[in-house]
Design a protein around this ligand. Structure first.
Ligand code: NAD
Length: 258
């Protein structure tokens, strides 16, 4: 119960890694607001997780400033404060560089990168106000990827957005450190979700990933949720500005298949 009495927003929390994070934070005592564009999945997630703790849902397009302001207001109405934010919502768009449309580039950047700025700024402004009222500083986690470093040829805006997330994490950490607010990122490798299924849709692609993953398996969303909960918790009280890779060893061991 490291997050007992704390409140959190999880973007993209209706499915996949986000839903696993919601479950984990609730089970550690946090009240959680799910912010997701998929209303049906959001309501289903509330029903599925409510047994673990207090969980609510606000329909939100995280790339839209007015939606983000509505989300922050609704969360404060519901819980009275915001102690934690997980910028997790993300999408992919496959296209070769020469064929990529401007609108698709903008859409992926909006959901994956601009959203972390919009949500991060709106929530951090509220956190700074709370600190002025005597509350403890909060903490923010941004969802990055091993693709912040490894480029994928047909995932141009995705790779660029994740590179941006890791740099945004450092800038936010620096800017908010004087207030005691910590900002970190998690960099998953290949994790079994709908998003991965759209990218890895055949046995050959799956085997290619496994051949490059020292632990030799695809990860589970709960394994990303565990790292996220650690970063938000007092156990990580001296950690800020970091991207922690939970990737079965791909990034640190970076080995070549013989
Ligand atoms: P997912 O597709 O299973 O879930 C993404 C969620 O985001 C969905 O609930 C979706 O409705 C929501 N969403 C999409 N657009 C949104 C918007 N505009 N506003 C609000 N919500 C929106 O994906 P996932 O695999 O769980 O990915 C979660 C995060 O983890 C993403 O940032 C992704 O880039 C990152 N990641 C995933 C993997 C992986 O292998 N699955 C690897 C590295 C990084």
């Amino acid at each position: 119960m490291r997050l007992d009495g704390r409140t959190a927003i999880v973007t993209g929390g209706a499915k996949g890694i986000g839903l696993a994070i919601v479950r984990r934070l609730a089970s550690e005592g946090a009240k959680v607001m799910i912010a997701d564009i998929d209303e049906a999945a959001g309501s289903a997630a509330v029903d599925a997780v409510s047994g673990d703790g207090e969980v609510r849902f606000t329909a939100t397009d995280v790339s839209e400033r007015l939606d983000v302001h509505n989300l922050v207001a609704k969360t404060i109405d519901a819980f009275g404060s915001i102690n934690a934010l997980v910028n997790n919502a993300g999408i992919v768009h496959a296209a070769d560089f020469l064929d990529l449309e401007e609108a698709d580039f903008d859409r992926v950047m909006g959901v994956n990168l601009k959203s972390a700025f919009l949500c991060g700024q709106a929530v951090a402004r509220h956190m700074v106000e709370q600190i002025g009222n005597g509350e403890e500083p909060g903490s923010i986690v941004n969802m990055s990827s091993i693709n912040d470093t490894f480029a994928i040829a047909n995932q141009v805006p995705y790779s660029v957005s994740k590179g941006g997330i890791s740099q945004l994490t450092k800038v936010m950490a620096l800017s908010l450190a004087p207030h005691g607010i910590r900002v970190n990122a998690v960099g998953p490798g290949s994790i079994m979700t709908d998003l991965l299924a759209t990218v890895v849709d055949n046995a050959e692609a799956r085997n290619r990933i496994l051949s490059r993953t020292p632990l030799g398996r695809i990860g589970d969303p709960s394994e990303i949720a565990a790292v996220t909960a650690f970063l938000l918790s007092p156990d990580a009280s001296y950690v800020t500005g970091q991207t922690i890779y939970a990737d079965g060893g791909r990034m640190p061991l970076n080995y070549t298949v013989p």
